[in-house]
Design a protein around this ligand. Structure first.
Ligand code: EPZ
Length: 429
């Protein structure tokens, strides 16, 4: 199993190109099931999750052609996928595939909407929380589908198609909102989605579907209205930049000190995260090519942060912020409200010399003068990168184990950091 070796203590200087967003790419690829025409997605990141979803869609009969390099393409240019779901030959998503990536459960909505039936394995457990799918099933039932659960599979049927309806989410859910949008675009009549998630990735999917001929309004607000249409067409769409990757590298620069431009990043996608960094004493400036992050010498101030749905502070940056606050001059508090078990990185950071105490949903982090390298274990995608951020500032060598978690969501992380002066390398096998 691959590991990553980091020798800390070097500032980061230079340019880091930001990839397309994983959490927009996955639902966009799944949305291709809604049409028999070709959907062309540009700026697609090269990630393990994307490759796995290509297999899952292929199992339904989807053809995916990856565009080759073009003259002048930079080495970090995202890939272009030509996705054609002309013939869906199988409406079952098997346990062997779905159990590897939760988001693949989302295929249930376009399959039942277009084909009138779907059999999809329940996702199973997750390191960061129980993560039920009850609200996704509520959506499908609200739009007229019959739902059965048998042998670990959800069987959804709507032989005469789905019908428009009222959906009010009891809590904000990204997966629920994606499911509601994808299920209602081909439904008979109008659907109103209340207390919808406002994440930028929702807006990106809605923008792409509207290019395909859908009638979606209000994406990005708590109230989304979808007028069903009979058919969707093909389109060409470029995936928006990854705000979580942006925030992660901004925190890495804040941790080590330095001056880095995050190329292609958009500040408005991550304002809450950037505000927290500014409060901690980091210089942040939007430029015409991205976001510039600078910290030279000045210490880090402690912060108090609670994770929230967008536009609040993203839970997917909670672990990275915790790593950063281990070096702050004072005591920080971070409260996690989205997932009930998203503190797996705490004891690993403590192994590097951090002082962190947990009280229910809140972690108290007492800043220390130095961290020391040690072997640590990655447990999930965002926890793993928080260990890399801490290791970049720790004295000596850190070995991060089980980095397959990282590959799910960060494209060429070592290359991007080495280009800015970090001493980091992957050790295969
Ligand atoms: C998406 O997960 C992201 N994943 C997550 O990123 C992200 O942490 C999360 O949204 C919150 O921003 C992708 O986009 C692929 P939710 P999702 O539905 O959609 C509960 C990463 O690191 N809930 O908004 O699954 C749920 O348990 C990943 O890239 C129900 O109770 O999150 C959670 O507590 C990790 N019933 C809360 O709602 C349901 O049916 C928010 O979940 C659905 C969700």
């Amino acid at each position: 199993m691959d590991r990553i070796r980091v020798v800390g203590g070097r500032p980061l200087n230079g340019v880091i190109p930001i990839s397309g967003a994983k959490n927009a790419t996955l639902p966009l690829m799944i949305a291709s099931l809604l049409t028999d025409q070709t959907l062309v997605l540009e700026n697609v990141p090269r990630l393990a999750d994307v490759a796995l979803l290509q297999r899952i869609l292929g199992n339904h009969g989807v053809d995916i052609m990856v565009g080759g390099k073009r003259p002048g393409d930079s080495e970090y240019k995202g890939q272009t996928l030509h996705i054609s779901a002309a013939d869906i030959v199988d409406t079952t998503a098997p346990y062997e595939l779905v159990s590897k990536m939760r988001a693949s459960f989302w295929v249930i909505a376009p399959l039942v909407a277009r084909m009138g039936e779907a059999k999809v394995s329940m996702p199973g457990g997750c390191a960061i929380g129980t993560r039920p799918v009850d609200l996704l099933l509520m959506v499908l039932e609200r739009l007229g589908a019959e739902i059965d659960i048998d042998g670990g599979y959800v069987i959804a049927r709507a032989p005469r198609g789905l019908r428009g309806g009222e959906i009010v989410f009891p809590k904000v859910t990204v997966s629920g909102t994606h499911t509601a949008i994808m299920a209602s675009v081909l439904a008979d009549g109008t659907t109103v989605i209340d207390n919808a998630a406002r994440e930028p990735e929702i807006g990106d999917v809605a923008a792409c579907l509207n290019k395909m001929g859908a009638k979606i309004s209000g994406a990005g607000t708590p109230r989304i209205v979808v007028e069903g249409v009979a058919k969707l067409n093909g389109a060409r769409h470029s995936v928006l930049p990854d705000r979580i990757e942006t925030g992660t590298y901004a925190m890495a620069v804040a941790m080590t000190g330095g001056d880095v431009t995050l190329e292609g990043a958009q500040a408005e996608l991550l304002q809450a995260g950037l505000d927290v960094l500014a409060r901690a004493g980091v210089q942040i400036a939007a430029t015409n090519t991205g976001i510039r992050v600078v910290r030279n010498g000045a210490g880090l101030a402690p912060v108090e942060v609670t994770t929230d749905p967008f536009p609040g502070f993203p839970t997917d940056l909670q672990a990275q912020l915790m790593a950063l606050m281990t070096r702050a001059r004072g005591t920080s508090r971070i409260t996690e409200t989205i997932f009930e078990n998203r503190f797996m990185h705490v004891q690993e950071l403590v192994r590097l010399g951090a002082r962190i105490h947990l009280h229910g949903e809140t972690a108290t982090i007492e800043g220390v003068a130095r961290l020391r390298g040690a072997p640590v274990m990655a447990t999930d995608l965002r926890a793993s990168v928080s260990l890399v951020i801490a290791a970049l500032a720790a004295e000596g060598e850190t070995m991060v184990n089980r980095v397959y978690h990282l590959d799910r969501g960060f494209e060429r992380l070592e290359d991007k950091l080495v280009a800015c002066g970090a001493d980091i390398a992957r050790i295969s096998g």
